[in-house]
Design a protein around this ligand. Structure first.
Ligand SMILES: NC(=O)c1ccc[n+]([C@@H]2O[C@H](COP(=O)([O-])OP(=O)(O)OC[C@H]3O[C@@H](n4cnc5c(N)ncnc54)[C@H](O)[C@@H]3O)[C@@H](O)[C@H]2O)c1
Length: 302
């Protein structure tokens, strides 16, 4: 196969693809050049930077493109239904990065509890704000509410239990066996909002507005901590900022934003917000697993 890799890929997996005889080209294309470029390839591998939209697919259909692979979980950067309607298969690598994202969510929880992000930043400005950061809390004994109890949510739930948190979960699709095996009960959303000291969102980008908005925040405990490593649109950034200002929300940890790079400067500059630039899946281990899954997809593609 002639394969275009636009946003980078694990070097070992690239070598395997070439050893298998595939012609692999690593090259990023700007949106106005992508469609035409795709005509010359059987498959394209993207991460999140490249967006494959209907106009690119229309152009690509004039050539030989048969397969689009998203190295990662969410496929919101690809017009999947449109591609499939044109006979192009779309695949992703859903399992490869779950532990990495869950670990980042846990890290952001620790950062909310102990101001790790912002206190480090103040020290870089030669400040020693010991008093300002002396009101930390422990995670042990606190309640974590997980919204979206799929792969990442379950990984996080297991780790949170291991450090002594009480974990509850809400999912629109409840699988009783998972809940029983992990000893993590499902609750209704309102119940989760009411009981949780930490709320971490792990649902895909949902239609019909943000899950975390002014209305759901109002139902939360005072002093709640909110983590979002799912998709930026799942959280109303203006509502979160207002709730941080009022003290309703103690702190937030954000890896994803409604627009990336983010424009909500007041939010990502807020002293009680720890942020990372959408790096949930960016670990050496996840990249290797993503690479291996991509090799499998290509090897099994007929
Ligand atoms: N930060 C990152 O770099 C990064 C990396 C990978 C994935 N993600 C995001 O994390 C999300 C979750 O990934 P996953 O692998 O756990 O997916 P998954 O499909 O295994 O789990 C998602 C769960 O959310 C549930 N759900 C869907 N809509 C919901 C709603 N409105 N309310 C409550 N639950 C709902 C589903 O039933 C499912 O159980 C992805 O869709 C992606 O957007 C982010």
């Amino acid at each position: 196969m002639r394969i275009l890799v636009t946003d980078g890929m694990d070097k070992g997996a690239l070598a395997v693809l070439r050893e298998l005889g595939h012609d692999v080209v690593e090259q990023f294309y700007e949106p106005d050049e992508l469609g035409k470029a795709l005509q010359d390839f059987d498959a394209v591998v993207v991460r999140s930077k490249t967006k494959v939209r209907a106009n690119h697919i229309d152009e690509a259909c004039k050539g030989k493109l048969k397969l689009i692979i998203r190295g990662g979980v969410g496929v919101d950067n690809i017009d999947v239904k449109y591609a499939e309607s044109k006979g192009i298969t779309v695949k992703n690598t859903p399992k490869a990065s779950s532990q990495s994202v869950a670990e980042l969510a846990l890290g952001l929880m620790f950062s909310c509890a102990r101001f790790i992000g912002h206190s480090g930043y103040t020290m870089r400005n030669d400040q020693w704000e010991k008093k300002a950061y002396s009101k930390g809390i422990e995670l042990q004994g606190k309640t974590l509410g997980i919204i979206g109890f799929g792969r990442i949510g379950q990984h996080l739930g297991k780790m949170a239990k291991a450090i002594g948190m009480d974990v509850i979960a809400f999912d629109i699709f409840k699988v009783p066996t998972i809940s029983d095996e992990l000893g993590i009960p499902y609750v209704e959303l309102d119940d989760l909002l009411k009981k949780s000291d930490f709320i971490s969102v792990h649902a895909p980008a949902v239609d019909g507005g943000a899950i975390i908005n002014a209305e759901t925040i109002a139902k939360m405990k005072d002093g709640v901590n909110i983590i979002n490593t799912s998709r930026g649109t799942n959280l109303d950034e203006a509502a979160l900022l207002a709730a941080l200002e009022s003290g309703k929300v103690h702190a937030a940890g954000l890896d994803v934003f409604s627009v990336e790079p983010p424009t909500c400067k007041e939010l990502y500059n807020h002293p009680m917000v720890s942020c990372t630039p959408h790096i949930g899946a960016q670990t050496a281990e996840a990249q290797k697993r993503i690479g291996a899954e991509i090799v499998d997809i290509i090897s099994n593609f007929k």
